[in-house]
Design a protein. Structure first.
Length: 160
């Protein structure tokens, strides 16, 4: 039975340094410009494993190389914008990384206005809402393996 539902997968890499996280300030992307976001994130391409997508995004956006073993899964988030558009039905895979090769820098300068380290307890404002949810749960030590976001009855629901 086919029902026509699909989701867009994305990989997020949270570079960590002690209790700090590296965030970029979005610009000229068409989505949440002016918001702080994971320094490396993007869609998983057709036929691409999510770990490869995470490593590719880190190289493309930050100029760093990450070994697969250095990507630590944090959570998977099923989220929606609730507007019925297929592009807004998502499954996001969040990874933490504490070791990489190279110095993180803004590679795609047209899409990023700034790149900075922030303490988890002193995040800038605004942060992309679903990413803020993950960062706040990470800071609190209450980030389960699966979360949902944006669904009317379950917004911010955690499944652990």
């Amino acid at each position: 039975m086919t029902h026509g539902f699909s989701v867009v997968p994305a990989a997020y890499v949270l570079l960590r340094r002690g209790e700090e996280v590296l965030l970029q300030l979005r610009r000229n992307t068409g989505y949440r410009d002016g918001h702080w976001a994971a320094a490396a994130a993007g869609h998983v391409e057709a036929g691409e494993p999510v770990l490869a997508a995470a490593r590719r995004e880190a190289a493309e956006e930050l100029g760093v190389e990450i070994a697969p073993a250095d990507l630590v899964p944090l959570t998977a988030m099923h989220r929606t914008h609730g507007n019925g558009r297929p592009i807004d039905e998502r499954v996001d895979f969040f990874f933490e990384c504490r070791r990489w090769s190279g110095e993180p820098r803004r590679v795609e300068t047209a899409k990023s206005a700034d790149l900075r380290w922030f303490a988890l307890d002193a995040l800038p404002d605004p942060v992309v809402p679903h990413e803020r949810f993950v960062l706040d749960a990470l800071r609190a030590g209450e980030l389960p393996p699966i979360v949902t976001f944006g669904f009317p009855a379950t917004s911010g629901t955690v499944v652990g």
